[in-house]
Design a binder for this molecule. Structure first.
Ligand code: URA
Length: 250
């Protein structure tokens, strides 16, 4: 079940400041399901709970949650001088609802030359929940490699990734040791890799640390949510409630 702090709900849906939200609660002006709530940090369920401020119902603003099958060649930033952006693939939505479009952001990012599952939302709480380190929502990638790896070395990769592998500094990225990652070989040069973080170029850097090179990279799952393979590259659709729950029930 997706819960939210009462003060955050009020800020988001009453468009008031955090201080006013807190004051409404402290002055006993806020009712949750018919009872005065005195704790502004109380967790509420925005979809099911009824929230009143000064006896007026606060409507839960409807958010947009999307999955896209991101094609190669698009960057995940809102503006770019040199590349096409994933937001250009959402033009239909922009024309239908400019206000909501402006609040839409990607949940995490994929590199320009990575394809696959990319999520968007207008709901910052939802996005923070998914990207927050403590929630440990894993990401799974299908990987193809330049160099084939024989059975003996496949085991070596698997063990190294399972232990956590040291990645040296690279351009924008600091050095770090990855959390344990799970590697399943499909063939001598393809595998599925599940990682716990989402650091800059992480998957590519992990294979580079094994002296190999990723030639194709596709995100196939975030937590228990799989990419809908029936989505054509560049297409998107709304997430169902079940799919949203899959993500937040990790
Ligand atoms: N790891 C990468 O190297 N690139 C991505 O786009 C995602 C994970």
């Amino acid at each position: 079940m997706f819960t939210q702090r009462l003060d955050n709900f009020l800020v988001q849906n009453k468009f008031c400041s955090k201080r006013s939200a807190k004051n409404f609660v402290l002055k006993n002006k806020v009712c949750v399901n018919g009872t005065i709530e005195k704790n502004y940090k109380a967790k509420i369920n925005p979809e099911h709970d009824e929230i009143f401020v000064n006896e007026k119902k606060v409507e839960n603003q409807k958010h947009i949650y999307l999955m896209m099958n991101k094609p190669i060649g698009y960057v995940c930033s809102t503006v770019s001088d040199r590349s096409k952006t994933v937001y250009e693939l959402l033009e239909n939505l922009k024309n239908k609802n400019q206000n909501k479009f402006e609040k839409l952001h990607t949940i995490g990012r994929l590199d320009k030359d990575t394809e696959g599952l990319l999520l968007f939302a207008t709901d910052g709480n939802f996005s923070n929940f998914i990207t927050r380190k403590e929630n440990q929502i894993k990401k799974t990638y299908y990987v193809e490699l330049e160099n084939s790896v024989d059975k003996k070395n496949q085991l070596l990769y698997k063990e190294k990734f399972e232990k956590g592998i040291f990645l040296p500094e690279e351009k924008k990225a600091k050095s770090f040791t990855t959390l344990p990652a799970k590697l399943n070989w499909i063939s001598e040069n393809s595998c599925n890799l599940t990682i716990q973080e989402g650091k800059f170029h992480q998957v590519r850097r992990m294979f580079l640390a094994m002296n190999n090179k990723v030639s194709f990279l596709k995100r196939v799952a975030i937590g228990k949510l799989n990419l809908d393979e029936s989505l054509q590259k560049g297409n998107y659709r709304k997430l169902t409630d079940e799919e949203k729950n899959l993500l937040i029930q990790e």
